[in-house]
Design a protein around this ligand. Structure first.
Ligand code: ZN
Length: 423
């Protein structure tokens, strides 16, 4: 009697045990890590969204477990895109800034989150969206409110007044009314802006170290912040445990941002030998976003851009891929990122072809740049980027062998994020 009572009391005290959900994946071939050759048929056991075991051969699932049969497919780690803007779609219509509400852009983001995950990208870094939209999208997919990738969001980029990231091209009173720029002047204010972004929920800090191509700002593509301001942004972010991504095209802006210690240079279009040396010395990665230029070329052909933008577009298109190729040779890590939104979301994997054909990567190297390499740049390499026990169950399946032909990555047939298949 007393024993029964004790058992009953213990039951009351014990936390309600959530029923573990077990999913078993049968893989025909398995690329567990992009740096190692593919393995034969394998069984991956996933418990509550986390990989519990990976064993050779196809073993039957335990009773009550769900079986996902990918025994005619190649299973590999979910892909990571280090540079997207989920809340935007391709457009040259700069007046949209005065028309599209943040709420509308959030809806665009929900739509693109699913498209992106279906395309095999199970983690993305969202490097620029209206104030709270990126953070809301990140929370939305984490809580499974809608299908999408794991999202690491920066919120709006920090820029100089009138720079790439601020609003340009409207008359002053309209600019005043829009007031959406996330700008700063001087080291103190720039440090403050970083702390504000951190408070709002940023998981990474993005700033525009130079001018940008698709904004109406007409001050070119070189450095926009002072060295002192860049240092303030980077040291403040690092002191808060946040990585820093610097948008940069011009060589001197890239060099200054690298010297300030940024973790990645986004685009890096005109990087020269001195800029690449500074990147190497600081351990700064390059995220070349070459698909952005495919999108820009399409936009130019469709006459989508204003004269201010078209001039900058022509300046960049002649050198696309050169800096990434030289960065790779110079020993600077080149990491996968696309700038999706400049081209339609879902076409992210086309970047692999450019990394192989133009930058000179092997298929295995290109795949590593979107898995283990990207995970390292995120500081999440014990969580994502591999299929191994203890890792999040982020995996995809394709027909064919991506280590022989990266084009098969453009036809992802199955995607799972945090153990949840994306429908
Ligand atoms: Zn971008």
């Amino acid at each position: 009697m007393i024993a029964r009572l004790l058992a009953f009391l213990l039951l009351l005290l014990a936390p309600f045990p959530a029923l573990a959900q077990t999913v078993v994946v049968h893989a025909g071939r398995l690329i567990a890590d992009a740096s190692r050759p593919a393995q034969g048929p394998s069984t991956i056991t996933i418990v509550d969204g986390r990989i519990q075991s990976v064993v050779a051969g196809l073993t039957p699932p335990p009773e009550g477990a769900r079986l996902i049969d990918l025994s005619t497919r190649t299973v590999l780690p979910g892909l990571i895109d280090m540079h997207v803007h989920l809340a935007g779609d391709p457009s040259g219509e700069f007046w949209r800034e005065a028309v599209d509400s943040d709420e509308y852009q959030a809806m665009v983001g929900v739509k693109n989150a699913r498209v992106t995950a279906r395309a095999g990208f199970t983690t993305v870094r969202d490097l620029g969206s209206p104030p709270l939209v990126g953070f809301a999208l990140a929370r939305g997919t984490a809580e499974n409110l809608f299908p999408g990738p794991r999202i690491i969001a920066s919120g709006p980029a920090i820029s100089i007044v009138g720079g790439h990231g601020d609003v340009n091209g409207f008359r002053p009173e309209v600019l005043e009314a829009l007031g959406v720029g996330n700008t700063c002047t001087g080291a103190v204010q720039c440090a403050e802006r970083v702390r504000e972004m951190s408070r709002a929920g940023a998981q990474v800090i993005k700033f525009t170290a130079t001018g940008g191509v698709l904004s109406q700002q007409g001050r070119g593509l070189e450095a926009h912040f002072t060295d002192e301001e860049m240092r303030a942004i980077v040291t403040t972010a690092h002191s808060l445990g946040l990585k820093v991504a610097a948008h940069a095209h011009g060589a001197r802006g890239i060099e200054a941002a690298a010297r300030a210690g940024v973790d990645s240079i986004e685009h890096g279009t005109f990087a020269d030998a001195a800029a690449l040396r500074a990147m190497r010395a600081s351990g700064t990665a390059m995220v070349p976003t070459l698909m952005a230029f495919t999108g820009i070329r399409e936009g130019l052909a469709e006459n989508r851009y204003t004269p201010t933008v078209a001039a900058k577009v022509r300046e960049t298109l002649s050198v696309v891929g050169r800096a990434a190729r030289e960065a790779r040779v110079a020993g600077v890590p080149v990491i996968f990122g696309t700038d999706a939104a400049v081209f339609p979301h879902g076409r992210n994997a086309e970047e692999f072809v450019i990394l192989v054909d133009t930058v000179g990567m092997s298929p295995a190297e290109a795949l590593a740049s979107a898995t283990t390499g990207a995970a390292r740049l995120l500081g999440m390499d014990s969580e994502i980027g591999r299929i191994a026990p203890g890792y999040s169950a982020d995996l995809i399946a394709v027909s064919g062998d991506p280590l022989a032909d990266v084009r098969v990555l453009q036809r992802v047939e199955f995607a799972m994020v945090r153990g949840r298949p994306i429908e």
